[in-house]
Design a protein around this ligand. Structure first.
Ligand code: FES
Length: 108
């Protein structure tokens, strides 16, 4: 039986995509090609990156499919981006905090 070979080195497989870095509030986190910003944050142990307007409750990923707007985040200076839909990119700068959109669905 041939020895186990990692999939990225198996003959005929394309090169395994390399991880890259982005920053979250000045902290470096790692992401892999194909991950959303939200997935990269959660993998880095960050589960909340803003608070609700009314009660200041923490919010991060909820639906994960772009419907609830709980995951709003500032990406490269652009506020109110849905972290679950924005693909992570090398060198991206993410900022937490209150965003300007009136979309705290679970507080209505
Ligand atoms: S988690 Fe619901 S819109 Fe992003």
């Amino acid at each position: 039986m041939p020895p186990e070979m990692p999939p990225e080195t198996a003959p005929g497989n394309p090169p395994f995509p390399q991880p890259f870095d982005l920053s979250f509030d000045g902290r470096t986190i790692h992401a892999r090609p194909g991950q959303s910003v939200g997935a990269a944050l959660v993998e880095a142990g960050v589960v909340a990156w803003r608070t609700t307007r009314g009660e200041g409750r923490p919010r991060g990923l909820f639906c994960g499919i772009g419907v609830c707007y709980d995951c709003l985040i500032t990406v490269d200076g652009r506020p109110d981006q849905r972290a679950c839909l924005v693909p992570a990119a090398d060198g991206m700068r993410l900022e937490s905090g209150r965003t300007g959109r009136d979309t705290d669905a679970r507080e209505r």
